[in-house]
Design a protein around this ligand. Structure first.
Ligand SMILES: *Cc1c(COP(=O)(O)O)cnc(C)c1O
Length: 344
């Protein structure tokens, strides 16, 4: 059976152009600063984010952790969304590896309220750790792949900067946000101090993220990347894929968004499924199901559709380059049939 894999956009495999580029790219020892392909990717990533400098990272998780470590001192407070990836899915890295206190704000469909963010920022005193960093997530994964608009980012940045703190954006899917908004990525990054985006998700690279920010921050980040074991050698073979991705894979993300939309519209109103169409803004569809989520996921696997249970009654479907519109139509029909037939 040909499986339709909607577990994550990380299941995308490198394109022929990426493999070809890996084979011919010039490489060197990047820890010694000798890899010209890595340097090209970092410059391109920084330019697209509108920042001074970029740094190739093995993963989005390491990128967020290094960013937090580079902007803070152990014991500082870092403010982020209740459902931020860095809170839910990074194995406690902010606490374990950056030594920070994490405090949470709540957002609506992934969009923070700048007034609430402002009210959470703490001044350092004899009792309180000072808030020195805040995080935004764009697109917001757990909220549904939802987009944070530029005006909200600017308002949050103003509050954070007025407090004397920094703002980091976890833009693992920054380009999905930009495509959905019809904006340039740099417009979404204009008011944040640093940003990271993944190459390994919808952009189809096998590995990698780019962390971008001011040059002095990136130099600190380079040291903390090394400290965490992320100094890599002839990594131009991976950076080459990143260049292909940034030059050629961004615009096609609109197809993934259209496919998520058509699947969501098919599933809307189906018995046994709850779905908020307003949260379907990019390449994700989150369902609430009447049956236990894992039971629905197991039943779908037997029918050739792969997806993930994220919560006891919550299932996530993610579209990407390796699933076609037809497969999304087929998956929508299968999910509707199976969900309607499962006992609650
Ligand atoms: C995937 C993801 C990350 C982490 O990326 P990895 O490369 O898997 O470590 C960070 N933030 C968000 C919002 C993500 O979806």
């Amino acid at each position: 059976m040909d499986m339709i894999d909607l577990r994550s956009d990380t299941v995308t495999t490198p394109t022929d152009a990426m493999r070809a580029s890996m084979a011919v790219s010039e490489v060197g020892d990047d820890v010694l600063g000798d890899d010209p392909t890595v340097a090209r990717l970092e410059a391109l990533g920084a330019a697209m984010a509108g920042k001074q400098a970029g740094l190739f990272m093995p993963s989005g998780t390491m990128s967020n952790t290094v960013a937090i470590r580079s902007w803070t001192q152990p014991g500082d407070e870092v403010l982020m969304d209740w459902d931020a990836h860095s809170t839910r899915f990074e194995v406690g890295a902010p606490a374990a590896l950056a030594g920070v206190m994490v405090r949470h704000y709540r957002s609506r469909a992934g969009v923070p309220d700048p007034v609430e963010v402002a009210s959470c920022l703490q001044r350092e005193n004899l009792h309180a750790p000072g808030t020195t960093l805040a995080l935004l997530e764009n697109t917001h994964n757990v909220a549904g792949g939802t987009v944070v608009p530029a005006a909200v980012i600017e308002a949050v940045a103003t509050a954070v900067h007025d407090h004397g703190a920094r703002l980091h954006m976890d833009g693992a899917r920054l380009f999905n946000a930009a495509v959905a908004l019809g904006a340039q990525a740099a417009e979404l990054c204009a008011h944040v101090d640093s940003v990271t985006f993944c190459l390994s998700k919808g952009l189809s690279c096998p590995v990698g993220s780019v962390l971008c920010g001011p040059s002095d921050f990136i130099e600190r980040a380079r040291r903390f990347r090394k400290q965490m074991g992320g100094g890599l050698r002839q990594v131009g073979v991976l950076a080459a894929c990143g260049i292909v991705a940034l030059e050629g894979m961004v615009r096609r993300l609109a197809e993934d968004h259209a496919n998520a939309r058509l699947m969501a519209e098919r599933l809307c109103g189906v018995a046994g499924i709850g779905l908020d169409l307003e949260t379907v803004q990019t390449n994700m569809v989150y369902l609430t199901c009447a049956a236990p989520a894992q039971r629905l996921v197991d039943a779908l696997r037997a029918e050739g559709v792969l997806c993930l249970a994220l919560g006891s009654r919550r299932v996530r479907l993610v579209t990407h380059r390796c699933v076609s519109a037809d497969q999304c139509r087929q998956a929508g029909a299968t999910i509707a049939r199976i969900a309607a037939g499962l006992p609650a």
